[in-house]
Design a protein around this ligand. Structure first.
Ligand code: AMP
Length: 283
């Protein structure tokens, strides 16, 4: 695997790759602290391209809380080793000044999809995400890029961004990966205490119970949301940011499940925000 930290170095590699015979480039952007969720995306990418590029960049502009940014610790050497083992071809790991040099002043905003849910609770977060993804697409020049369903609103936002700006990149959806006990994998899980992790499991258990109710015929969004809320309420100090069933396309809340819907949940355990979600699919 080749690692580059500058745009100039990456572009030189890109020219080399393209001149050696028009290869299809696949891209996985990450913020490091890699786990099986990220690696599953790098693996899935194999089916869509010839050359795999991953980026590791902890993007300061998407952290609305400076403390969260400071607490976001990554181990670049360990991440490099994991990507190498996966057979990734190129790692792009720039410094903040390479992406946002002095005088930087452009922002990309996907208006409707960035307004509710995470957007409402984390002002500026999605402008940061959309802007850095537009920059990374422009640097990497991928033919396809894969984003995890774990961050479902982010995934929808990127799909919209690419469609609106007519960017020549195909966005592929990567399945949400869970630990064996059901907890959605997240770089933030390492901040949970042993007790906190037990509490965190109530989130996915609630989602699985809602899935069972859906399979049994329940189509009322409020009832399905209540199942998740009731599970989370078993925590000693439950802190729910939202539990809501939305239309997958518009992310607007629904009252009755028709078509493609998704239950999105965010709860805080040990002060750590945990995101999870579940797609409702007709059997
Ligand atoms: P992050 O490093 O958190 O910015 O995530 C980078 C990419 O990995 C995003 O597309 C995430 O949606 C994806 N991702 C993170 N956790 C998971 C997971 N548990 N399953 C699938 N994809 C994930």
């Amino acid at each position: 695997m080749k690692t580059c930290t500058t745009i100039a170095h990456y572009r030189a590699l890109y020219r080399e790759v393209k001149s050696s015979g028009q290869r299809r480039i696949g891209f996985v952007p990450t913020m490091g602290a890699l786990h099986e969720g990220h690696l599953s995306l790098a693996r899935a990418l194999k089916h869509h391209c010839d050359l795999r590029v991953c980026s590791i960049f902890v993007n300061p502009t998407q952290f609305n809380d400076p403390k969260d940014y400071q607490a976001y610790v990554i181990n670049l050497q360990n991440d490099q080793r994991l990507l190498e083992q996966e057979g990734v071809d190129i790692l792009f790991a720039p410094d903040v000044s390479e992406i946002y040099p002095r005088g930087f002043q452009t922002t990309v905003k996907v208006s409707h999809l960035s307004a509710p849910l995470e957007g409402a609770l984390r002002p500026g977060h999605f402008e940061g995400v959309a802007t850095v993804c537009a920059i990374l697409f422009s640097i990497i020049g991928p033919d396809c890029a894969i984003f995890g369903e774990k961050d479902f609103q982010q995934l929808r936002l990127i799909e919209q961004l690419v469609s609106d700006l007519k960017l020549p990149v195909e966005i592929v959806r990567g399945a949400l990966i869970r630990d064996t006990d059901g907890l959605a994998l997240s770089s933030r899980n390492s901040r949970l205490s042993v007790k906190g992790r037990e509490h965190a499991l109530l989130i996915s258990r609630g989602l699985f119970a809602a899935a069972e109710a859906f399979q049994a015929g329940e189509r009322d969004a409020f009832c399905l949301e209540q199942i998740v809320r009731a599970s989370i309420a078993q925590m000693s100090n439950p802190e729910i940011d939202y539990v809501t069933v939305v239309d997958e396309e518009s992310l607007a809340p629904v009252s009755t499940l028709v078509g493609r819907c998704r239950l999105l949940v965010v709860a805080r355990v040990d002060g750590v925000r945990l995101l999870d979600n579940l797609a409702f699919a007709e059997a």
